[in-house]
Structures are given as structure tokens and as C-alpha cells.
Design a protein around this ligand. Structure first.
Ligand SMILES: Cc1cc2nc3c(=O)[nH]c(=O)nc-3n(C[C@H](O)[C@H](O)[C@H](O)COP(=O)(O)OP(=O)(O)OC[C@H]3O[C@@H](n4cnc5c(N)ncnc54)[C@H](O)[C@@H]3O)c2cc1C
Length: 284
């Protein structure tokens, strides 16, 4: 089945070389969005924003503090939005520790070191008409550009956005802008309970069958989609997160067991992923 070439930047089995840049981006904005979530936009050198949904960049998070620990390794961040012509990259990130705390200190005009685009992104197929995107928390940073690409290729997206509470619900407008039908589920009213998500997915599928499932950011949702994928015979892809060091495939720090070709292979999430087929990834 043919795939959109620019969405399959590094197809498994036949790697098409893609330039990986190590350079600086200029911060255009770095705004607090809600809770622990921040949104950064960068202007990058020519070619650096030539990425695909699901790929990521390694970001240098230099602390402004003059004393105390300094983040040494770059931190991986998925592309939230990219614009090749305008040389823009956007990231949606959650403050979790030293590196992301330092990232939130960048101001407009600062230079930030970046390596990328990296990894294997999502793949869309020509004949698909309808996809399901299930995103939880900051996992939707990875899935927002997928909805955009699907829209550009005339594929309809149904999106289930999951959050702890309504105030932490991010990016609904971004998905709506891309023609997606959006359903919101939250922990506070228990609409995000797995039984309800399953009921929603089955209902949507009965009304207009899905050609593929996509997810990121939740083990519970991964488990559910794996089960439904088998039962309804719908293929799927998942972007997984794993702590990384180099992000380039050299250090083997992010190796994870992946079921491929009937056996378990120890694959590097940064190089062979972060996007894998649903059936290849075991929930954790
Ligand atoms: C391919 C990829 C894409 C990612 N995209 C995004 C994104 O778009 N937005 C976003 O907010 N986060 C994203 N992450 C997670 C992000 O890289 C980590 O949250 C970040 O590296 C934490 O750095 P820190 O120094 O702030 O925290 P640390 O002090 O290093 O860690 C704080 C906590 O986060 C955990 N952690 C650290 N690194 C990772 C990691 N790589 N994955 C999962 N947990 C981790 C640690 O175990 C610890 O519990 C992505 C991770 C990967 C692998």
C-alpha cells in the first residue's frame, strides 16, 4: 500500500536519508498555557523544520541559574507544529524536572540548541478515509501535527482528548481547525474511564468505520486500542516515550523490547521509533 512519501520520512526496511541538523533556533515565544504546560515557538535555520508528524528534536535546556545542577543531556520533545516555509517549530511541553524547568526560563530572542528532526514518524495511507486519534495530556503534542497532515490529505480525524481536569485540556481548537470531530473526556467526571472510552470508540466505529488508530501518552489507552485493534481488525500506531540520552541511535540507552516478525527485538526508540505499530508494543 503506498504511503505519503513526506509522511514516511524513514520507512522501515528502506531508509531514505534525511538531514539531521544540529543548530540553534531563536525563541519567538515561550508561554505558560495551563498547569505545568508550556508552549514554545522557534524560528530555525533553513531546512531544519522539514519534519514529519511524530518526529522529535533533542533540545538543549541550559539553566539560567548560576549555581546548582545544570542539565547535561538534551531532552527529547515531539514536534507540535512545523512550518517548512516560515522555518517555524512549535513544542508543547510539561515541566517535570530540571531540563524542562530550564526550558521554561527561555525568553523571546534567546537562542536554543536543537538536534533534529529525529526518529520515525507516523505513516498515513492513501486510501484511508477516517482515523481515530486518542490523546492524553502532553501526548497530544505528538498527535496534533498528525491531525493536520490527515486534514491536508483529505482524511477525516475523530479525536478523543483526555485530561485530568477541564482546565488542563489542551489544543482542542487546534484539532477543530483541522476539521477533526473532537470529544473531550476528563478524570474529574470519570468520562475518561476506560469503559467510557471503549463505548465511545465502538460507537464512532459503528457509525463510520476507522481505517487506523493512533495514540500516545497513556498506557491504559494503549492497552484498550491494542484490544480493539485486534477485535475490529483496524491497524494502529503508537508514539512511545522512553528516557533517552543521545537520541541519535548511538548510545542504546532507550532500547525497548518490540514484537516484530514473530519475535522480540531489542530496538532503539529514538532510531527505530518513537512511532511503532500498535501490535509491536507491549503496554507497561
Ligand atoms: C520521543 C519523545 C518525545 C517527547 N515529547 C515530549 C513533548 O512533546 N512534550 C513533553 O512535555 N515531553 C515530551 N517528552 C518527555 C520529555 O522528554 C521529558 O519529560 C523530559 O526529558 C524530562 O526532562 P527533565 O529534565 O525536565 O526531567 P528529569 O528530571 O529528567 O525527569 C523528571 C521525570 O520525568 C521522567 N522522564 C525523563 N525523561 C523522560 C522521557 N524521555 N520520557 C518519559 N519520561 C521521562 C523521569 O523519569 C522523571 O520521573 C518526550 C519524550 C520522548 C522520548
Amino acid at each position: 500500500m503506498p504511503v505519503h512519501d513526506h509522511l514516511a520520512v524513514r520507512e522501515r526496511g528502506g531508509v531514505r536519508p534525511q538531514p539531521i541538523f544540529s543548530d540553534h533556533g531563536r525563541v519567538l515565544r515561550n508561554d505558560h498555557v495551563a498547569g505545568e504546560y508550556w508552549h514554545m515557538e522557534l524560528e530555525v535555520p533553513n531546512g531544519m523544520a522539514d519534519a514529519a508528524p511524530g518526529q522529535f528534536y533533542q533540545m538543549m535546556c541550559e539553566s539560567r541559574a548560576t549555581s546548582g545542577p545544570m542539565p547535561f543531556l538534551r531532552r527529547p520533545m515531539s514536534i507540535y507544529h512545523f512550518d517548512r516555509q516560515r522555518r517555524r517549530l512549535e513544542f508543547l511541553y510539561k515541566i517535570t524536572g530540571l531540563g524542562t524547568t530550564a526550558l521554561a526560563q527561555y525568553r523571546c530572542g534567546d537562542l536554543l540548541g536543537l538536534v533534529g528532526p529525529l526518529g520515525v514518524g507516523f505513516r498515513l495511507q492513501e486510501l484511508w478515509k477516517h482515523i481515530l486519534i486518542v490523546a492524553r495530556g502532553v501526548g497530544l503534542a505528538t498527535l496534533a501535527p498528525l491531525a493536520e497532515a490527515a486534514h491536508q490529505h483529505g482524511i477525516r480525524s475523530t479525536v478523543i482528548l483526555s485530561a485530568r481536569s477541564p482546565d488542563l485540556l489542551l489544543s482542542k481548537d487546534r484539532f477543530l481547525k483541522n476539521g477533526a470531530a473532537v470529544s473531550v473526556i476528563v478524570d474529574t467526571d470519570r468520562s475518561s474511564d476506560v469503559e467510557n472510552v471503549e463505548r465511545l470508540i465502538r460507537g464512532f466505529h459503528a457509525a463510520y468505520p476507522f481505517d487506523a488508530f493512533f495514540t500516545c501518552g497513556s498506557n491504559r489507552l494503549l492497552k484498550l486500542l491494542k484490544t480493539l485493534s485486534r477485535e475490529l481488525n483496524v491497524s494502529g500506531q503508537v508514539a512511545i516515550e522512553q528516557q533517552m540520552a543521545c537520541g541519535l541511535g548511538m548510545c542504546f540507552c532507550c532500547v525497548r523490547p518490540i514484537e516484530r516478525g514473530g519475535r522480540i527485538e531489542q530496538l532503539r526508540v529514538c532510531h527505530d521509533g518513537p512511532v511503532f505499530a500498535l501490535e509491536e508494543v507491549n503496554s507497561w
